[in-house]
Structures are given as C-alpha cells and as structure tokens.
Ligand binder design. Structure first.
Ligand SMILES: Cc1cc2nc3c(=O)[nH]c(=O)nc-3n(C[C@H](O)[C@H](O)[C@H](O)COP(=O)(O)O)c2cc1C
Length: 360
C-alpha cells in the first residue's frame, strides 16, 4: 500500500532511468549498513518448505528470481537478496565497459503496465564487475551472471568477447546466462541463428575452468527472444541439447508493439504485462518439446502469484521478474511467494517442483 500510494507516485514523477538510479542509491546505502539489511529481510522475507528445493546443485528458498538488467554491474546483490528473491541474475555484463545508447532510453507505458527500454548493455565491463563481486558479493542465494556481446565487437568475434567475460566472472557465478536476445545491440539476435559455435566454445571453457578449479561444470542458460518462430525454437533447443547447455530462459523483451495504444517512437524491447501470455506460451512449447532435457526459466509479465504459477505449470522450474517489481513494488516477491504456497495447497502439492509442467 505504502509503495502504491506514496513511493510509486514519487518515483514515477521522475523519468524511468532517474527513478531506477534513485532505487539503486537506496540499495547502495542499504548495502553498507547490516542493520538496514536486517530490517529489509525481516520486512520482505518469506520462507516455506513448499517453496524450497534443490536444483542443479543449487539450493533455492523460492523459485522467484530477479531478472537480468536491474543490477547490471552486480554491485547490489547483497541488498537485493533482502527482498525475498530465491535467486538473482546480475548483468548483462559485456567484455568492455560501455555507456549504452543515448538517453532517454527507458519509457513507461503506464496504461499497459509495461516498459520499453533501449539501454544497450550499459555496464562497467567484466573486469570492474568482477572487482565488485570479489569485494562485496555474499548474498547467500544462487547468483546468475548474464553475459552479452560488447557493441564494438564484430559478430564474427562474438565468441572471443563472451569468453572474456565468462572467464573473468567464472568464480562468482552459480550459473551463467548467455544473452543472445537483447534487441538493443545491433545484430546481437542474429547469433540465435547460428548458436552452436558460440555455445560449444563456452562449454569447452566451462570444462577447462571447472577442471582447474576442481568444481562441477557451471550450469549455462541461453536467453532467447520472444519473437522467434516455432521452427526457430525447435532449432535452438536442439542446438542447446547438442552443446550440453543446461536450459533456456524465455524470454527477453519483445520488439512487437502489439497491444500498445499510443505507440511511442522509442525503439527497443517491450517488457511487462504485454509479454505475459507470449512468454508463457513459449515456456509451454519448450517444455513439451525438450522439458526432459532442458531446464526452463520463465520470465515476462509476472505481476502476481497466479502469473508465476501459470509459468511454472507451463513448465518453468524457476521464474524471474523485473517490470512487475517496478509497477507493484518491493512487496511483490513476498506476495508471490505467499500466494504460491496457497495455490500449491489448493492443488494438493507438497512442493513447488511437483507443479512444474503439469499443464504443459
Ligand atoms: C529496463 C530493463 C533492462 C533490461 N536489461 C536486461 C539486460 O541487461 N539483460 C537481459 O538479459 N535482459 C534485460 N532485460 C529483460 C528482462 O530481464 C526480462 O527478460 C524482461 O523484461 C521480461 O520480464 P518482465 O516482463 O518481468 O520485465 C531488461 C528489462 C528491462 C525492463
């Protein structure tokens, strides 16, 4: 209530990127005061055995994670973990630090409860992000790091660029996401048409580094666009299996403008409610096709426990949120977690994992 009545009107009176900056400053301050983090955890945490499970060697307290893009430089993972997330994905991080596209580059579609962004992977680069992680990160929940291609790297050199970030950030991630689906880096999504060379090289490096560190292989996920055809989805899934990829994150923002009343001129990807049905359909399709071989993370337009449950029943083992957090506020994760427990009880499930894919 406090968020919707007081905080949101204040934050929404600023342009979206300034509002995001204010939120990051608050989290940065919280990060320095353990007492503050304790209060946040007390206020927003929710734990229940029905939501706890082990997957891919990682222990999750909830299937609800924070999607990539909120903490691009992986500097606020500790304070973000206080909001009840089961896991957090930092990034997208690129090999080279870059400013991203000119501002303004985020737009609110309030009526549609959506956002359009064309940020273009603004981040400090793998080296500096690695320093943040080395110094501060100890969030006690699984951390994914999402890596992308630097804008200045030619498509032909993409693998080299991804490998640089992968190697630099390897010790700090519980899993990696290979982002080939942002609409805001020119030609990036073309990588989805020929994924095998890139994935094979990353998997080779994964093997090499895991041997060196005497650890298990890190799970690798591929994050896909929601604008792919069924044939593309089938091809990408087959390639992921061939390259021994762990799973697929569906989906990134869409380039479609369907459902928007007053279409702004801003280019970029749409997130939020407009993406909900489409991303759930993709999750369902993937689960039916390759649910036994690949783990699916569902993301797009989750604003409630019901939305999260829909994706889980369609086949997502884990879900992520971003735009819903912006519109619904910091209580959202706790509300989803509580709601999921009630939904599971209603359906007679003892644990969230039992519900995965039951409606695929
Ligand atoms: C402002 C903004 C920035 C984003 N940046 C990234 C990013 O850097 N990397 C990425 O893989 N996805 C990024 N995303 C996409 C989200 O991770 C997510 O896939 C998408 O927004 C759909 O989920 P949602 O509807 O819950 O927001 C971004 C989304 C938004 C709104």
């Amino acid at each position: 209530m406090f968020y919707k009545k007081v905080l949101k009107p204040i934050l929404f009176s600023f342009d979206p990127e300034t509002a995001h900056g204010i939120a990051l400053s608050f989290l940065r301050a919280a990060d320095h005061f353990p007492f503050f983090k304790k209060i946040l955890s007390f206020q927003y945490s929710f734990s229940h055995p029905a939501l706890e499970f082990k997957l891919l060697g990682m222990q999750f307290r909830s299937p609800v994670g924070l999607a990539a893009g909120f903490d691009k430089n992986c500097e606020l993972l500790n304070s973000l973990a206080c909001f009840g997330f089961g896991f957090i994905e930092g990034g997208t991080v690129t090999a080279l630090g870059q400013e991203g596209n000119p501002k303004p580059r985020i737009f609110r579609l309030k009526k549609e409860e959506a956002l359009i962004n064309c940020l273009g992977f603004n981040n400090l680069g793998a080296e500096k992000v690695g320093d943040h992680l080395k110094k501060r990160a100890n969030p006690k929940i699984p951390i994914g790091i999402n890596i992308g291609k630097s804008k200045s790297a030619a498509l032909e050199d993409a693998a080299k660029d991804y490998l640089f970030s992968f190697e630099k950030l390897y010790p700090f991630a519980n899993y990696f996401t290979i982002n080939v689906s942002s609409p805001n880096t020119p030609r990036l999504r073309e990588l989805q048409n020929d994924l095998l060379p890139l994935l094979s090289k990353l998997q080779e490096k994964n093997q090499e580094l895991s041997n060196l560190m005497k650890q298990n292989l890190k799970p690798l996920f591929v994050k896909i666009a929601p604008d792919l055809s069924i044939a593309d989805l089938e091809q990408i899934s087959r390639i992921c299996i061939k390259a021994k990829i762990t799973g697929i994150i569906a989906a990134n923002t869409t380039v479609s403008r369907e459902g928007i009343e007053n279409i702004p001129t801003l280019e970029g990807g749409v997130s939020g409610k407009l993406l909900e049905t489409k991303s759930t359909q993709i999750v369902r399709h993937l689960y039916k096709m390759v649910g036994k071989e690949l783990v699916i993370i569902g993301v797009g337009g989750i604003f409630s426990a019901e939305d999260a449950y829909k994706k889980i029943k369609a086949g997502a083992s884990l879900v992520q949120i971003y735009t819903g957090w912006v519109y619904q506020g910091p209580c959202l994760v706790q509300q989803i977690n509580q709601g999921l427990v009630s939904l599971l009880e209603k359906d007679g499930f003892k644990n969230i994992q039992e519900a995965v894919g039951i409606e695929a």
